[in-house]
Write a protein that binds this ligand. Structure first.
Ligand code: AMP
Length: 283
C-alpha cells in the first residue's frame, strides 16, 4: 500500500493510473467496520482502491470535537493495508488548506435542514473537502455510507450540479449487535450512555414498524418514536423526522419512499441514524 501525504504526490500517482478503475472511500479515520465495509465494496468492483483519511477542520463548528476527534494513525494504516487498499491519501490541514485558501462549495436547499440546522457550517465544510478530493482522486466510483444519509444526498447533488464524472455508491449502515450504528464517536460514550444510545435505532424501528402496519399519519408515527427516546432523561432529541427520501422534505402523510431520520445528543455526544422504508401500496 502506498501512503501519500502531498497533493502533488497524489496528482502524479493519479496520472500514472489513468487506465485504472478507481474506487474511492473518503473518511476522517478512526476506522471501524462501517468504513471497512465501504472499502470491501470498492475492492469488489474496482481495480484500484484509494482511501483518504483527513479530519477536516472546515466541517467542525465552534465547540465541536475537532481537537479530541480520535486519530489512531498506526492502526488505521494497518486496517487499510489488511483490507487491500492500494493508496492511502493522508494530507495535513496545512497541505489541504494553505493560508491563501478562499473557496467554499455550498449546496443550498439540501444542506440547510436537519443536520444543517443544528450545525450551520457543517455541510459547507463537507462539500468543500469532498469536491477537492474528487477533483484530485478522479474516482470512477465513490463509496459512501447510508449512515450519513443527508450527507450522501448532498454529495450526490454536488456531483450532479458540478458535472463531476463519478458514480456515488450508497453502502448499507453497519451496526453493533444491538442495532447502534457504528460511528467513530461511539467511543466517547460512557457504559451507561452506550446502553441508552441504542434507543435511537429502536425508535426508528418503531417508526418503520408503524409504517409497515399501514400507518400514514406522520404526526402519530413521530410521537411513537419520541415515546421510546423520552424514557431516557439523559437524551436530548435534536430531530426525529419522517421525510421524503429524495428531497428530505418533512412529510405529513407517508407516501412513496421515505426516510426516518433522527439525531440525539447524549452528554456532549451527537449521534445520528436513519432507516429507509417504502409506504404500503393502497389496495
Ligand atoms: P467518517 O469517517 O465518519 O467521515 O465516515 C466516512 C464514511 O464512512 C462516510 O461515507 C460514512 O457514511 C461512512 N460510515 C460511517 N459509519 C458507517 C456505518 N456505521 N456504516 C456504513 N458506513 C459508515
Amino acid at each position: 500500500m502506498h501512503i501519500i501525504k502531498s497533493i502533488r504526490g497524489l496528482q502524479a500517482w493519479r496520472r500514472k493510473h489513468e487506465n485504472h478503475k478507481i474506487g474511492f472511500v473518503p473518511t476522517m479515520g478512526a476506522l471501524h467496520e462501517g468504513h471497512l465495509s465501504l472499502i470491501r465494496h470498492a475492492c469488489k468492483h474496482c481495480s484500484t482502491v484509494v482511501v483518504s483519511i483527513f479530519v477536516n477542520p472546515l466541517q467542525f463548528g465552534p465547540g465541536e470535537d475537532l481537537s479530541r476527534y480520535p486519530r489512531p494513525v498506526k492502526s488505521d494504516q494497518q486496517l487499510c493495508r489488511d483490507a487491500g487498499v492500494d493508496l492511502l491519501f493522508w494530507p495535513s490541514s496545512q497541505e489541504f488548506y494553505p493560508q491563501d485558501f478562499q473557496t467554499l462549495v455550498k449546496v443550498h436547499r439540501l444542506s440547510q435542514r436537519w443536520e444543517g440546522e443544528a450545525r450551520p457550517t457543517h455541510f459547507e465544510g463537507v462539500t468543500t473537502v469532498v469536491t477537492k478530493l474528487l477533483c484530485l482522486v478522479r474516482p470512477d466510483r465513490c463509496y459512501l455510507g447510508q449512515k450519513d444519509y443527508q450527507q450522501l444526498l448532498v454529495i450526490k447533488q454536488l456531483v450532479q450540479d458540478l458535472n463531476i464524472d463519478t458514480t456515488i455508491v450508497r453502502c448499507p449502515t453497519i451496526r453493533e449487535a444491538d442495532g447502534l450504528a457504528l460511528s467513530s464517536r461511539n467511543r466517547y460514550l460512557s457504559a451507561n450512555q452506550r446502553i441508552q444510545a441504542t434507543s435511537l435505532f429502536t425508535a426508528l424501528q418503531q417508526g418503520v414498524q408503524a409504517i409497515k402496519q399501514g400507518a400514514t399519519n406522520v404526526w402519530a408515527i413521530q410521537s411513537r418514536m419520541q415515546k421510546v427516546l423520552k424514557k431516557y432523561p439523559g437524551i436530548k432529541i435534536e430531530y426525529l423526522a419522517v421525510c421524503d427520501a429524495k428531497s428530505l422534505d418533512q412529510l405529513s402523510q407517508v407516501k412513496g419512499e421515505v426516510v426516518l431520520m433522527g439525531a440525539i445528543q447524549i452528554g456532549n455526544v451527537h449521534l445520528i441514524d436513519n432507516i429507509l422504508v417504502k409506504a404500503l401500496k393502497k389496495s
